[in-house]
Design a binder for this molecule. Structure first.
Ligand code: SF4
Length: 302
């Protein structure tokens, strides 16, 4: 069979596409990234975002198209994300757990994958708990998707919430690879013991989040500052959600507190189109590292 693999991720490799490629190549099929003017027996379309164009807004020369991904099971209605469970398609086990075919994207040299899936927090604005479950559970060992690459991009939504996280952190430390935790480390779940393990991991940087201004997270950030190995604020990034159940004063408070504690706040705006102008200004000020380091918000003129 001739297989085409399409994804709406244009800036980074599609993990489902790499797994599908490995699987179909193991069956002896011919596999390539989708090219619109070729004919395929089967095309897989993987969509991450609900706002991007679908594959079949233009003609597709294929006998069959199979679609999957968050971009198909989430729609936005009146500014609210609606999750359609019936469209939540998972890869079959034998494909989900296959070693990805990294050769599909020759320009990318890192390994990538999930050690865990799911998150117990269930934040209203986030799809993870509804899509993957309200528990963080181990789904793989590192060896399932890593074979000596120098860098690993982890996609786990909440690794630290998994009961097996210490063993998984040990696997990451033992790999000696540079680890990019692309999603957040749950600051509330860091303890003296797991920070010690995290310190053994060659982390590129750490991403945390302080999304809800009503959560008093200051003491947790203080604890990581005291016990964590990374001291450079540029490598300690904290996402701060705004325009979602917070006042402007609460947004500014989180940002200033994080700066005082030696972190690098990064403003995310929920539904930016509807956000007030002062929140957009706050984002422009805070997310521009040079401006943020050089002045207070009250002195920012723009
Ligand atoms: S903690 Fe993060 S991953 Fe978990 S539900 Fe909230 S936003 Fe999503």
């Amino acid at each position: 069979m001739k297989i085409g693999l399409w994804s709406d991720c244009h800036n980074f490799p599609s993990l489902p596409a790499m797994k599908l490629s490995a699987y179909h190549k193991s069956l002896g099929d011919e596999v390539e990234l989708f090219f619109r003017f070729n004919h395929y027996d089967l095309v897989y379309a993987s969509k991450v975002f609900s706002f991007t164009e679908d594959i079949d807004v233009y003609p597709v020369y294929a006998d069959e198209i199979r679609k999957g991904g968050s971009g198909y099971c989430i729609t936005v209605e009146n500014g609210k994300e609606i999750f359609d469970e019936s469209k939540n398609v998972s890869l079959p086990k034998e494909i989900e757990h296959i070693y990805p075919d990294y050769s599909l994207y020759p320009g990318y040299k890192y390994a990538t994958g999930f050690l865990t899936r799911g998150c117990p927090r269930g934040c209203d604005f986030c799809i993870v708990a509804r899509k993957e479950g309200k528990r963080s559970v181990q789904v793989a060992d590192l060896s399932e998707f890593w074979r000596g690459q120098k860098e690993i991009k982890l996609l786990d939504p909440n690794l630290i919430a998994c009961k097996d996280h210490e063993r998984l952190l040990q696997q990451l430390a033992d790999s000696k690879a540079t680890i990019d935790f692309t999603q957040g480390i749950d600051i509330r779940l860091l303890t003296a013991d797991n920070i010690k393990l995290l310190n053994q991991v060659k982390a590129k940087n750490l991403h945390f989040a302080w999304d809800n201004p009503h959560d008093d997270l200051e003491k947790y950030f203080v604890r990581y500052s005291e016990l964590g190995k990374i001291k450079d604020h540029r490598r300690l990034i904290v996402y701060c959600l705004t325009n979602y159940n917070s006042t402007f004063e609460e947004d500014l408070y989180r940002i200033e507190t994080l700066r005082r504690l030696g972190y690098n706040p990064y403003v995310m705006i929920y539904q930016k189109e509807t956000a007030p102008e002062n929140v957009k200004r706050l984002q422009r000020w805070c997310n521009n590292r040079i401006i943020f380091q050089s002045c207070e918000f009250k002195d920012y003129k723009s």
